[in-house]
Design a binder for this molecule. Structure first.
Ligand SMILES: Nc1nc2c(ncn2[C@@H]2O[C@H](COP(=O)(O)OP(=O)(O)OP(=O)(O)O)[C@@H](O)[C@H]2O)c(=O)[nH]1
Ligand SMILES: [Mg+2]
Length: 321
């Protein structure tokens, strides 16, 4: 039985194995991913991001339990670009998620960077695809931090939840414009702390000033105490509401179209780059070309054209590629 078949049958070991393959030898996972592709597109992918310690894992845990209560099958992927570790749940999360880990309706996985950030976004995307094809109804993707690389990862989600906490000093100023744009739902966690209300009002003011205001979806601001579960029902309702909005408005299809386009571009670039450099680096051709540039025997433009020629058919050469 192939890994893809195992995944389709809900086999946990096959699922874990395929995700490990995606991380370590992505080229060997292609056949299985190909087989799984027609079975994807059913899960609601929910990204949960925010600064370290805002309570993303606690929230993810609470949301997963809430979804389980409704009988939904849940996948959880915790992505930490700074962690070299992958495989099980992140150390700090392991204890917290123990209860979920023994639930056969939940699959938990952490993914670390291993120094390849671009690759991490792609690996995460493919791991999501595996869980989706395996029949998960909801896939929660927790990403640490709010930098560009995390944004790339979280943008694989249909619904992006951005977590904030009161009492982190100049919090509202530290919210980057990029985050405002990607957030579909805001959650102010640790609402048991003072100043939760004030943060909410400040954030609302900021959203009111946002040029995107007036578009079809206004990101709601929910308040939670993830440790007690307070407000989690409302947060889940907001996430579901966004999903309804996406499906009803046709925005889901648009987002997915954009995502496929970006992915196709990345895959083509990858294949192309690999083949190109393999071809030219053999027998030192590449170095020779660099030498020629140094000696002014050629220029970068003519050199690039010469290097590309064997890869282009006569038609594309005719149109001047
Ligand atoms: N008082 C209070 N503490 C909370 C709440 N939610 C989470 N915490 C605590 O905050 C700490 C960090 O929570 P995590 O869920 O690990 O936060 P995180 O955002 O996943 O952290 P990283 O993954 O390290 O970025 C833990 O000690 C939680 O128990 C809350 O609503 N109120
Ligand atoms: Mg966490």
């Amino acid at each position: 039985m192939s890994l893809a078949e195992g995944v389709r049958r809900g086999n946990v070991r096959a699922t874990a194995k395929l995700i490990t393959l995606i991380e370590n030898h992505p080229e060997s996972a292609v056949e299985d991913l190909r087989a799984l592709h027609p079975h994807t597109g059913n899960a609601h992918i929910v990204g949960i991001t925010g600064s370290p310690g805002v309570g993303k894992s606690t929230l993810t845990d609470a949301l997963a339990k809430r979804w389980r209560k409704d009988g939904a099958r849940v996948g959880i992927i915790a992505v930490d670009p700074n962690s070299p570790f992958s495989g099980g749940a992140l150390l700090g999360d392991r204890v917290r998620m123990q209860e979920l880990a023994t639930d056969p309706g939940v699959f938990i996985r952490s993914m670390g960077a291993r120094g390849r950030l671009g690759g991490l976004a792609r690996a995460t995307h493919n791991a999501i695809r595996v869980l989706d094809a395996g029949g998960k109804d909801v896939i929660l993707v927790e990403t640490v931090g709010v930098g560009q690389s995390e944004l790339d990862i979280v943008q694989t989600a249909d619904t992006v939840v951005v977590g904030l906490v009161p009492g982190m000093g100049d919090d509202i100023q530290s919210i980057k414009a990029g985050i405002l744009e990607v957030a579909d739902v805001f959650v102010i966690n640790k609402a048991d702390r003072p100043d939760a209300r004030r943060l909410m009002m400040e954030l609302q003011t900021m959203l009111d000033l946002d040029p995107e205001k007036g578009s079809a979806w206004q990101p709601p601001i929910e308040r939670t105490v993830a440790t007690t579960g307070e407000g989690v029902d409302m947060l889940m309702a907001a996430i579901r509401h966004h999903w309804e909005h996406l499906t009803r408005s046709g925005e889901l299809e648009q987002r997915r179209r954009d995502r496929y386009e970006a992915e196709l571009q990345a895959v083509v670039e990858d294949y192309w780059r690999t083949r190109f450099f393999e071809y030219w680096q053999r027998e030192g051709h590449w170095e020779q070309m660099v030498e020629q540039l140094l000696r002014k025997e050629t220029d970068p433009f003519s050199a690039a054209r010469r290097l590309l020629t064997p890869f282009l058919d006569s038609e594309s050469r005719r149109v001047g590629l």
